[in-house]
Design a binder for this molecule. Structure first.
Ligand code: WT7
Length: 636
């Protein structure tokens, strides 16, 4: 029996039971056998969810890039590590071997050092999905700098907030990016952001589009000439197990984004282990995750997990609709992709298009299909299963979060029988539970509650950068000695989990996690706005779309409401990014509030979802009369 690579259901249960009975032994065995350590640990685990504090493999020393790159060179030096598929198919794919990756990462690491970056410094990376993005991430890890990747769809304000929050001194960006038919001028977004970031001394600019950009003397430097003169050998900086590896921001229920801090050893062990099992990765496979490296999915399952396993990982720059809706399937056929990992929103968008797009391609190389980011609806699941997998590739519905660092609940393909919309069973080492409204654990099956995790796993985020209190309050205060996920879930008769969705003020739009508070803050900046409340409502492709209820300072204002809607959405685009734009904006006379002044979003949610037959208990409302008025004028 191998703990590291599970191959059938009985084995899963054996391994799972062992992992729960003795977690320390379980993870120690995996860490011993499958990774390269400069020094072994003194202690496998110490933890206290009250503080909260979690440490894995304390005393160990390592560098994650030696595990992702160096140790493969002897046996896999000429194997493709990163397979880059550009936006424009005519540009041709690039195969970056492990040997080449080693050189490129080392060279970039030396450039960072020359620019004054030292161990522990934070480096912001704001790049499109080009090889330099993965290389920059690994170059930081090589020298112990903490990367903070910001998704290149975020606005200048959002970028500036993230740069300042963790005090980055350097940014790696590009002149522009390609997305389908569009060329985006990223550098000017960076310039605008940097006006508000006095801490940034240097910006290193990758040339991608060749568009005209302004380069600020003393601050902005083209990366290419620096790479040309830098040394291509760079010794890995030895890191302690609990040294931070990266910061990645996620939205929360309150205004400021949360900089989740992930540390080195535990994250490495868990991302590699979960990758191997959830995708049943084998040596000759070509693995493709369509996420952006700007999200945790890309960190764990494009970069670290696959490379730790010596895999070939495909990176795609473009969008599923360019040059046409067959692009994903064309890539699968062209590169004989074996594992394909995407989001329900992409599946739904493609399922709307002509079946020809998928049917005209040979998808027989596929062995495992994955989905992540939000609950997948039954219809999308079946389309994926029937037309992409041809009922031959198991679908792994993987539930996890930025905070968890790796996949937590998921089938093991070819072992766990799948059921549409069920994430099924916890991976080894993961101890989920459901809690009721009175903070009691719900035992037994066929029950529903709030999803918590009872025991630490190696890749749990260790803190929120600069705000440990917020970390404790958000994740460890709702239930005693438990990590609270913010999700609701059901456990069925056989113990399978089905995630039912967020139970807090986070709304998932097209797989993007959006907090209502930052959007409301942006809207409230508009001089005409008095107050606003955002809720989600069901949307065919995006899963959820945003519905805004907005009260104006002067009711009956003569202004054109459509213009106002445009201005509000522009403000949101400027402050956060286009992903947070509202689909519907209703101007209301007031918002339903409790006597303590809390907006009753439950009611607003129901109205936006056309579900007004039973609004539940409204007796605590201070102003029940506004409810009917909102219903009468609802945009549905
Ligand atoms: C939230 C975390 C983890 C990578 C992408 C999102 C939702 C994620 C599933 C799934 C149902 C899911 C949860 C979770 N979610 N995967 N398979 N089924 N819901 O990371 O931005 O941190 O969002 O995404 O609500 O809490 P994230």
């Amino acid at each position: 029996m191998s703990n590291y690579h599970i191959k059938h259901l009985e084995e899963y249960w054996q391994v799972y039971r062992k992992s729960v009975r003795n977690p320390e032994n379980f993870w120690e065995e995996i860490a011993e056998e499958h990774f390269l350590w400069r020094k072994k640990w003194d202690k496998v685990l110490s933890w206290d969810f009250k503080k909260p504090e979690v440490k894995w493999f304390e005393g160990a020393q390592l560098n994650i890039t030696e595990n992702c790159i160096d140790r493969h060179l002897a046996t896999r030096g000429d194997k493709t590590a990163i397979l880059f598929e550009p936006n424009d198919p005519d540009e041709g794919a690039q195969h970056i071997t492990y040997n080449q990756l080693h050189k490129r990462v080392s060279t970039m690491a030396n450039v960072l050092k020359e620019q004054g970056v030292a161990k522990g410094d934070r480096v912001c990376i704001y790049l499109p999905m080009i090889p330099e993005l993965a290389i920059a991430v690994l170059a930081c890890a090589r020298i112990g700098a903490v990367h903070s990747v910001v998704f290149a769809g975020f606005s200048a304000t959002a970028l500036a907030t993230r740069i300042n929050d963790c005090d980055c001194k350097i940014i790696i960006c590009s002149d522009g990016s390609y997305r389908g038919t569009k060329t985006i001028d990223l550098k000017s977004i960076v310039d605008e952001a940097l006006d508000q970031c006095p801490g940034i001394s240097t910006s290193l600019v990758v040339k991608r589009t060749g568009g005209t950009v302004s380069m600020k003397a003393g601050r902005d430097k083209w990366l290419a000439p620096l790479l040309e003169t830098a040394n291509s050998a760079c010794k890995a900086t030895i890191m302690d197990a609990e040294d931070p590896l990266f910061i990645l921001y996620t939205s929360g229920s309150t205004g400021k984004p949360k900089g989740m801090v992930h540390t080195t050893a535990g994250y490495m062990v868990y991302s590699a282990y979960s990758f191997k099992n959830v995708f049943q990765y084998r040596e000759e496979d070509v693995y493709w995750c369509t996420a952006d490296i700007g999200w945790i999915t890309g960190h764990s399952y494009i970069v670290y997990g696959p490379l730790c396993n010596g895999a070939t990982t495909l990176m795609f720059e473009g969008v599923p609709s360019y040059p046409d809706f067959s692009r994903f399937w064309e890539i699968v056929e062209k590169h004989k992709v074996t594992q394909f990992y995407t989001a329900p929103t992409a599946i739904r968008a493609l399922a709307k298009e002509n079946l020809d797009y998928v049917e005209k391609h040979d998808l027989s190389s596929l062995k495992v299909l994955g989905t992540v980011g939000e609950p997948i609806n039954e219809e999308a699941w079946h389309w994926y299963n029937d037309h992409v997998g041809k009922k031959n590739s198991p679908i792994v519905d993987t539930w996890w979060q930025t905070e968890t660092g790796g996949i937590m609940i998921s089938p093991i393909p070819y072992s766990t029988p799948t059921i549409p919309t069920f994430a099924t069973l916890p991976l080894p080492g993961i101890q989920p539970t459901l809690m009721d409204e009175n903070a009691q654990e719900i035992k037994g099956n066929q029950v529903e509650g709030r999803l918590c995790i009872k025991f630490p796993w190696p890749s749990i985020a260790r803190t929120i950068y600069g705000n440990h209190d917020r970390y404790r309050d958000t994740y460890f205060s709702a239930y005693q000695d438990m990590y609270f996920t913010g999700d609701g879930a059901r456990r069925d008769a056989v113990g399978y989990y089905r995630i039912t969705g967020r139970v807090d003020d986070v709304i998932i739009v097209s797989g993007h996690n959006l907090g209502t508070a930052p959007i409301e803050d942006a809207i409230n900046e508009h001089p005409a706005v008095a107050e606003s409340a955002i809720v989600g409502f069901p949307h065919d492709i995006k899963g959820n779309a945003l519905y805004g209820y907005i009260t104006l300072k002067q009711t009956g204002e003569a202004r054109n409401q459509d213009n106002l809607r445009k201005e509000i959405n522009q403000l949101i685009t400027d402050r956060i990014g286009p992903i947070a734009k509202l689909d519907k904006i209703q101007f209301t006379v007031g918002l339903p509030k409790t006597r303590s002044g809390k907006i009753m979003r439950r009611i607003l949610r129901k109205i936006a979802s056309k579900d007004t037959s039973n609004l539940g208990d409204t007796s605590t409302l201070l102003n029940p009369e506004v409810v009917q008025e909102i219903i009468d004028q609802a945009l549905i």
